[in-house]
Design a protein around this ligand. Structure first.
Ligand code: AQP
Length: 334
């Protein structure tokens, strides 16, 4: 499935139950890009183990994320959909790129600093090397575009730096990718418990996030408990981060702008608004949840999708890796 279209790569980690933050900021946008680009999407399990994962949960989350991708509308016939650890080239290229990466470049990464603070008992080399693995994910597929959130900007800068560094040292090998903000995306969903923090699937406080599998009662309860601001007016403003975050979520699931939401809830209090947010999220997730449950009952189908994705990904990745190995001087036979 290779065409002249530009290649685009993105991935999500199976590091917990996927949240509506991952959906709004990433997965939802992946769907609309399938026609225009050659899309390559991965379940990033190699990345996930940079923080402690319970093995059975990791296996389960990998399958669930694959089902969720498809239930959200990612079509395995139109894009390459695979599990990162099924394609050994990701680790192989990481090793080579490690030899042109400097420790200072990795130790100053914001995500490394944040995750080191959060997982102080497990500051491992993989956590530090995470960005080089991400660079490899992107460069292996010669991706021209990488849809990223603001939090991933530094990693994309490193990708560009390492691609240029390698190309300069060994000759033209890698496409230097551009960051890409798909239309309608860019929304950053914040924690419901603390709107100064991004919503994260690994948050210890389950009231901070809504997962894509939460049932209606749970979603409504979490929205009702969401931290809001002083006052009672439903209005987006810098000094109202809690309400603004709920308005972002409401808009993502109903298509309503901030102005429309402000008009809809003029004269009503936070209570009515929070209930409406909870119901809108639950109603939008219901068909996705039903489709995901159906897919999870058909493991043979999901295994088949993963196998086909693996084969396509391996084919593209092998070409790049073989070029890299030749360029660095590994003997490949006469
Ligand atoms: N809160 C968010 N708002 C908007 N977009 C988000 N993304 C993550 N959280 C939000 C986007 O989701 C994609 C996949 O993310 P990931 O699973 O690879 O890792 P992450 O960004 O570290 O996501 P989490 O949920 O915070 O995972 P943990 O807790 O395991 O670290 C990315 O495109 C990201 O921008």
């Amino acid at each position: 499935m290779e065409t002249e279209k530009k290649k685009l790569f993105s991935a999500v980690q199976p590091s917990g139950a996927v949240t509506i933050g991952n959906y709004i900021g990433a997965i939802r946008n992946f769907v609309g890009l399938q026609g225009e680009y050659d899309c390559i999407y991965a379940v990033a399990d190699l990345h996930a183990i940079t923080v402690k994962q319970e093995p059975a949960a990791l296996r389960r989350n990998t399958l669930e994320l694959m089902a969720l991708f498809i239930a959200c509308g990612i079509d395995p016939e139109k894009c390459v959909l695979f599990v990162q650890s099924h394609v050994p080239a990701h680790c192989e290229l990481t090793w080579v790129l490690n030899t042109i990466t400097y420790p200072g470049e990795l130790s100053r990464m914001t995500q490394f600093k944040d995750k080191s603070a959060k997982h102080a008992d497990n500051v491992n080399m993989g956590l530090m090397d995470y960005p080089v693995l991400m660079v490899s994910d992107i460069l292996l597929y010669q991706a021209a575009l990488v849809p990223i959130g603001a939090d991933q900007k530094q990693h994309l800068e490193l990708t560009r730096d390492l691609a240029v560094r390698f190309n300069n040292r060994y000759g033209q090998t890698f496409t230097v990718p551009e960051p890409f903000i798909p239309a309608g995306s860019g929304a950053r969903v914040m924690s419901l418990a603390d709107p100064s923090k991004k919503m994260s699937k690994s948050d210890e406080n389950p009231n901070g996030f809504i997962t894509m599998s939460d049932d209606k009662d749970t979603i409504v309860r979490k929205c009702k408990r969401a931290v809001t601001d002083s006052g009672s007016e439903v209005r987006a403003a810098a000094d109202k981060p809690g309400v603004t975050n709920l308005m972002t979520i409401y808009g993502a699931f109903t298509g309503k702008s901030f102005e429309e939401t402000e008009r809809e809830f003029a004269g009503k209090g936070y209570g009515d608004f929070k209930l409406a947010v909870g119901e809108a999220v639950a109603d939008a997730l219901a068909p996705i949840q039903a489709e995901k449950a159906r897919l999870l009952k058909d493991k043979a189908y999901l295994d088949g999708v993963m196998k086909r994705g693996e084969e396509s990904a391996r084919r593209i990745a092998a070409r790049t890796l073989s070029k890299v190995y030749r360029k660095v001087g590994f003997y490949r036979g006469e």
